[in-house]
Write a protein that binds this ligand. Structure first.
Ligand code: NDP
Ligand code: OXD
Length: 310
C-alpha cells in the first residue's frame, strides 16, 4: 500500500488529511509524525516543509507542493536536490483569479476610482464613455492562471495581450514573448496584471524602467509575488501621476508591515494574499491523479523544472 506523508506548517492540516482520505483512501495519507515505518514512504504532500521532514523520510522521491508558486520551496535549503517537486496546476485558483482581476479591472475601466473621488465633493459628473475594446489589458505570465485569465477577460471585450517566455497561440489574445518583446508589450498596456512566477529572471520586473514604459494613466495589478515589485518605484510613479492606481495582493514581507507606505497611499488597493487560495477538493483530485500517473510510469504535468525556477 502506498504511504504518503502530509506536512503543513499551518493549521490547514486536518482538512487536507480529510480530503485525501476521502478521495484516495488507497494512498494512505497520514500525518508525517504519525507514520510508523518512515522508510516505506516515497511521497509527501507539503506546505513549507522543514528539514525534520526530510530527515524522517530518507526514501522520499517526490513532494507535492500544496500551492501553485514554488519559489519558497525551491529556495528552501531543507529540500534535497534529488527530490522531484510537483506543483498545483489550477487547483480551483483560475476561477478565483478571474474573479479577482475582473473586479479590479472593471473598477478602473468603469472609472469607479474617479466616482469615489467625486462623491465626497458631491460632484455629479459622468465620465466619458469608452468602448471596452479600447481598454488594453496585458498579462505578465501566460501559464495556468494567466492564460485562463486572458480567455476570461475577452468576455468583457477588452483588448487582451500576454507576455511569456514562449510564444502562445490563444484565440483573440496577442502574444509577446521574451525579454526582446517586453517593451512593445508594456507600451501597449493600460492595465498590467502580473501572474508570473518568482525566478531570478522575474525578480523586480515591476521596476521604474518597466513601469515607465506603460502609457500615462496605466494601472498595475500584482498577484504574482511581492518580490516582482519595487515598491518605492511604484509609489514614485503614482505620485508623479504617471500611474493611475495599483492593486497589490502579494508583498515582499507578509503581512505587510504596519508602517509601510503602501498601506495608506490613496491610489493603492491592498488585499492580504487572498486573490486565489488552493481549494482542497480540486487540489487533492489533481495530486491523487498525478501520483497515480507517476506510479504507472507516466509523465504527468506539474513537475517543476528546477533550472527554470518554475
Ligand atoms: P505557470 O508556471 O503555469 O505559468 C508561469 C508563466 O510565466 C508561464 O507562461 C511562463 O512562460 C511565464 N514566465 C516564467 N518566467 C518567465 C520569464 N522569465 N519571462 C517571461 N515569462 C515567464 O504558473 P501559474 O500560472 O500556475 O502561477 C503563476 C504564479 O502566480 C505562481 O508562480 C505564483 O507566484 C502566483 N500565484 C499567486 C497566488 C496568490 O494568491 N496571489 C495564487 C496562485 C499563484 P512559458 O509559458 O513560456 O513557460
Ligand atoms: C500559491 C499562492 O502560490 O497561494 O499557491 O500564492
Amino acid at each position: 500500500m502506498t504511504r504518503c506523508a502530509l506536512f503543513t506548517s499551518d493549521e490547514s492540516f486536518e482538512p487536507w488529511l480529510r480530503e485525501f482520505n476521502h478521495q484516495f483512501p488507497q494512498l494512505n495519507v497520514a500525518h508525517w509524525q504519525h507514520i510508523t515505518h518512515p522508510e516505506e514512504v516515497r511521497y509527501a504532500m507539503v506546505w513549507k516543509p522543514t528539514k525534520a521532514l526530510f530527515d524522517r523520510f530518507p526514501n522520499l522521491t517526490t513532494v507535492f507542493n500544496l500551492g501553485a508558486g514554488v519559489d519558497a520551496i525551491l529556495s528552501n535549503p531543507a529540500v534535497p536536490s534529488h527530490i522531484n517537486i510537483y506543483r498545483i496546476e489550477d487547483g480551483g485558483m483560475s476561477a478565483q483569479m478571474n474573479q479577482y482581476f475582473s473586479y479590479f479591472l472593471l473598477h478602473f475601466f468603469r472609472d469607479m476610482d474617479l466616482y469615489q473621488q467625486q462623491q465626497p465633493l458631491q460632484q455629479w459628473k459622468v465620465q466619458p464613455f469608452r468602448p471596452a475594446s479600447s481598454f488594453r489589458v496585458g498579462i505578465l505570465g501566460m501559464g495556468q492562471l494567466g492564460a485562463n485569465l486572458a480567455n476570461h477577460l475577452q468576455s468583457y471585450g477588452f483588448d487582451v495581450a500576454g507576455w511569456s517566455r514562449s510564444k502562445k497561440q490563444l484565440p483573440g489574445v496577442t502574444s509577446y514573448a521574451g525579454a526582446r518583446e517586453l517593451e512593445a508589450f508594456l507600451s501597449r498596456t493600460d492595465a498590467l496584471c502580473c501572474l508570473l512566477p518568482l525566478t531570478p529572471d522575474t525578480l523586480g520586473i515591476l521596476n521604474r524602467k518597466n513601469m515607465s514604459l506603460l502609457p500615462k494613466g496605466a494601472v498595475v495589478l500584482n498577484a504574482g509575488r511581492g518580490e516582482h515589485l519595487v515598491a518605492d518605484d511604484l509609489l514614485a510613479l503614482l505620485d508623479e501621476n504617471h500611474l493611475r492606481g495599483a492593486v497589490l495582493d502579494v508583498f515582499k514581507r507578509e503581512p505587510l508591515p504596519a508602517d509601510h507606505g503602501l498601506w495608506l497611499h490613496p491610489k493603492v488597493m491592498i488585499t492580504p494574499h487572498s486573490s486565489a487560495q488552493s481549494e482542497y477538493v480540486p487540489c487533492v483530485e489533481r495530486i491523487g491523479h498525478t501520483l497515480q500517473a507517476i506510479e504507472n510510469n507516466q509523465a504527468p504535468s506539474g513537475l517543476v523544472d528546477r533550472s527554470r525556477g518554475y
